[in-house]
Ligand binder design. Structure first.
Ligand code: ADP
Length: 555
């Protein structure tokens, strides 16, 4: 536990990176220290984070890299988010937090990524982190202060700063339940800003991701207004509007210590007694982005707006969509050690068959390179269109088709896929697990990948599939619509098979259209495989758009 109540401030000296640095924060404690003997009802203090110290050299003072060939001007960006591959990933957000900063460094951006130091981060990364300093930060309405440690790890041109606090980040998973997650992310958002001040690293743009960082734009304007950080612009990216950080007003106001007048319907108030962290962030952000153009439009409608559609329509002037990409180093079938047989565009048609056979062997399916293998890699939640898949699965299994599912989530879906595996032994395999290696082998070995989502902000699995020469079968929503061009039998063009309304019959029709092409016009199918591998789904184009937005916002 690292919670500590303090009764006052005192000037102390601490050692950061071997240098003695004078600080004016309250006494620094180690994460394991706890002192609960102090009086509980002190008046709220001004956040000590507003009075930052300078322990380390600001990276903006460091010699500028050779940038002649890079787009100008240079911009500095702090990414703040709750997960990031390879440290911790539960879904697409983790991929984006890893790949976009990396792509931005190639677009002349100086990027720092601020993350929680969860206990579940593998030891191979924990042991390489370097201590950058620590301080105490006021957080709660009763004046409770908390330890903020900063642990740094530099990799691939990106600086990762982990906020260390054992009280908040001990759980094995980044997300547990809202009762614990709300305080955790009230703390994290403020600690991330305080850490930037503390490191004297004042970025041009603070780029926040999802509801876990929804309070950052508000803290920035309401609590850091008198600090150098106040000159930074702030962007909030919605990766999935379904999750908004809604909870009791009393709890959020206690943990954030934000003034009560902000709990009104234009900022943080959701309903009579609930506050909404995402909503408040949307109000205060200078720009709002989401991860595809179609989703940016959809979320302004009641069908997709998750009760924030009116709020988003009101703020639509600062809302735009930029589609995600995938990291070509992470997803490269010609260098992928996790798959059985590596392949490139010129060898895909031959070598994909080998990957199919080895996948079938690994999963205990009937080994036959002529059957049509359909993959599904997904969180098992109702967002992902699994009701449609469940409804048509028996109709898909026709003796020439195999279905491979990889995912975890809602027990109802987990059990239904297990049941189908039992019912169609040898043709259906339900991998109820999270397994990166198996995901790679399914992308490499399957012929097609199903993504029939009810809504899909962007979706990465269809992008990875195309890059691995696996044909996506998707519903025309969000980023799926923006990234998968439907196959056109007259022009022999397109990247996959699509359907529009959320109906099982339409999904089955799309699957059958795919099978018909596969079994009757294999040369056309093969053309599409090669076309998909050629398609540019990298981060480069998207990173260029983000960079331009940073420049537009700060010039
Ligand atoms: P979301 O963020 O909604 O979960 P995305 O399509 O944006 O969906 O991203 C999903 C990411 O998580 C992809 O990289 C996918 O390969 C990966 N993934 C999903 N489920 C699993 C699993 N069970 N095992 C391994 N990787 C998975």
């Amino acid at each position: 536990m690292s919670k500590k109540k303090t009764t006052g401030t005192k000037k102390i000296t601490e050692s950061v990176e071997g240098k003695d640095v004078s600080t004016n924060t309250v006494e620094t404690i180690q994460p394991s220290t706890v002192n609960t003997d102090q009086p509980k009802s002190e008046p709220p203090k001004i956040a000590k984070s507003e009075a930052p110290v300078k322990p380390a050299k600001a990276s903006k003072d460091e010699p500028a890299p050779q940038t002649e060939s890079l787009p100008q001007p240079r911009r500095s960006v702090a990414f703040i988010g709750s997960e990031c591959y390879p440290f911790v990933k539960t879904g697409g957000l983790g991929d984006v937090m890893y790949a976009l900063p990396k792509a931005l460094t190639k677009q002349n951006c100086d990027v720092k990524v601020i993350l929680p130091r969860y206990k579940c981060i593998p030891w191979e990364y924990q042991e390489k982190m370097v201590y950058r300093g620590s301080f105490e930060m006021d957080l709660c309405a009763d004046g409770a202060t908390y330890y903020v440690g900063i642990m740094e790890y530099v990799w691939d041109g990106v600086v990762y700063d982990f906020i260390d606090n054992e009280f908040f980040f001990t759980a094995g998973n980044p997300y547990t339940n809202l009762v614990d997650d709300i305080p955790k992310f009230c703390y994290f958002g403020k600690a991330a800003l305080a850490a930037l001040n503390y490191m004297d690293w004042i970025p041009d743009v603070i780029h926040c991701h999802d509801w876990q960082t929804g309070l950052v734009p508000i803290y920035l304007r309401e609590m850091f207004g008198a600090t150098p950080l106040s000159r930074s612009k702030v962007i909030l990216t919605i990766h999935n509007l379904r999750f908004q950080g809604k909870y009791d007003i009393q709890m959020i106001s206690y943990w954030s210590n934000l003034p009560m007048h902000l709990f009104n319907k234009d900022v943080l108030k959701e309903s009579y007694d609930d506050a909404n962290m995402m909503k408040g962030g949307l109000t205060y952000a200078n720009m709002i982005t989401t991860v595809s153009g179609t989703y940016a439009g959809e979320i302004q409608s009641p069908e997709y707006g998750e009760n924030l559609d009116a709020h988003l329509r009101y703020h639509s002037g600062k809302l735009r969509g930029i589609v995600n990409g995938i990291d070509y180093d992470m997803w490269d079938s010609s260098k992928d050690d996790l798959i059985n047989t590596k392949y490139a565009i010129d060898t895909v048609l031959k070598k994909k068959r080998k990957n199919k056979l080895s996948l079938q062997e690994e999963l205990g399916l009937e080994k036959n390179e002529d059957v049509f293998v359909i993959g599904l890699i997904s969180r098992l939640t109702n967002q992902k269109g699994l009701d449609l898949v469940n409804a048509i699965l028996p109709a898909m299994i026709d003796g020439n088709t195999q279905v491979v599912v990889l995912g975890t989530g809602d027990p109802w879906y987990e059990d239904s896929f297990r049941n189908y595996e039992w019912q169609y032994k040898g043709s259906v395999c339900a991998n109820i697990m999270y397994d990166e290696g198996r995901a790679h082998r399914i992308y490499a070995g399957a012929d097609a990948l199903l993504v029939p989502s009810k809504f899909e902000p962007c979706g990465l699995t269809q992008l990875i599939a195309m890059h691995y020469g696996t044909i996506p079968i998707v519903r025309e929503t969000g980023g799926l619509k923006d990234t998968v061009l439907p196959y056109n039998m007259y022009t022999n063009d397109g990247n996959g098979f699509t359907f529009d309304r959320y109906e099982d019959g339409l999904l089955l029709d799309a699957v059958n259209r795919a099978k018909t092409l596969y079994f009757t016009e294999r040369d056309r199918w093969d053309d599409m495989v090669v076309r998909d591998m050629h398609k540019d789904v990298s981060w480069e184009n998207s990173a260029r758009q983000y960079r331009q937005m940073y420049v537009d916002l700060t010039c």
